[in-house]
Write a protein that binds this ligand. Structure first.
Ligand code: DGL
Length: 276
């Protein structure tokens, strides 16, 4: 057995830490490498071509760091780059490696939990304009669910710039929630379709009806990953199991450490790397 490969977790910045945290809670035995492309964040306002190019570069970097399995812990990258990587890049250049995203697991879950079949999707402009959630929900529910999307372009900058809990953050979150519920007052379940958004969950809950379910993707992705590894022993057998985690950022490591340590509740010592 060749258990020497860490699992790679990629995001455009800090948001993917919400997914990493949940994955480590559920699967603490494996080794992980987290890569945040903080130097080029946000991805959410960029074109398909650019998100694909940046995401593929990051995936290649994680492959070069010995990851056989990479999770795109970023909805924008999952929406705009995953399919292309899975269908075109991997078969030709890395047929034994795997890249998974966060959209499909979240959609499977939301279909199970919505009672009124009215779902709201919050995401970056990129994720919303890709229509990925709506397409996937339509497909898996045979068009039985009403999907209403809301792009929240200010939320990632709010998180990345430490503005959570400020009146400015409240203003933008309230504005987007009013707009979402004006489009469909029957929504009973909301997907946080951006890995940064769980950091705003307390603010979001202030501005939506109490009975609305808010789906945080981290635990859902973690559960699906555990299941994936059970179903794919050929991948699981290669995963290193020392329980370690290494952090890399494309920006300044000190600022990454400060924010990530507060968020994860443990000391983080990241290294700066260049993706290219
Ligand atoms: N965290 C990313 C996502 O889940 C978005 C952040 C960004 O815009 O770069 O969509």
């Amino acid at each position: 057995m060749n258990r020497k490969h860490p699992i790679g977790i990629f995001d455009s910045g800090y948001g993917g830490l919400t997914v990493l945290k949940a994955i480590r809670n559920q699967l603490p035995q494996y080794d992980y490498i987290y890569l945040g492309d903080n130097a080029r964040t946000p991805y959410g306002t960029r074109s398909f071509e650019v998100v694909y190019e940046y995401t593929l570069e990051a995936v290649k970097k994680l492959f070069a760091m010995d990851c056989e399995l990479v999770i795109l812990a970023c909805n924008t990258a999952s929406a705009k780059a995953l399919r292309n990587i899975q269908q075109n890049y991997l078969p030709q250049y890395a047929p034994h490696r795997r890249v998974l995203g966060v959209i499909r697991p979240s959609v499977e879950k939301v279909i199970q939990i919505t009672k009124k079949s009215h779902v709201g999707v919050l995401g970056t402009p990129g994720t919303v304009s890709s229509g990925s959630y709506a397409i996937e929900i339509d497909k898996l529910s045979a068009n039985t669910i009403t999907v209403t999307q809301e792009a929240c372009p200010m939320w990632v900058p709010i998180v990345e710039n430490n503005e959570i809990g400020t009146p400015g953050a409240d203003y933008f979150v309230q504005k987007n929630m009013q707009s979402l519920f004006a489009k469909d007052p029957q929504i009973d379940t909301i997907i946080l379709g951006c890995t940064h958004y769980p950091l705003l969950i307390q603010t979001i809950k202030k501005f939506i009806p109490n009975e609305v379910n808010v789906l945080d993707q981290g635990p859902v992705v973690a559960e699906k990953l555990a299941n994936y590894l059970l179903r794919h022993p050929e991948i699981e057998n290669q995963c290193a199991m020392q329980g370690t985690i290494k952090y890399f950022t494309t920006e300044n490591a000190n600022s990454f450490n400060q924010k990530a340590s507060v968020f994860l509740g443990e000391t983080v010592r990241a290294k700066t790397i260049h993706i290219l």
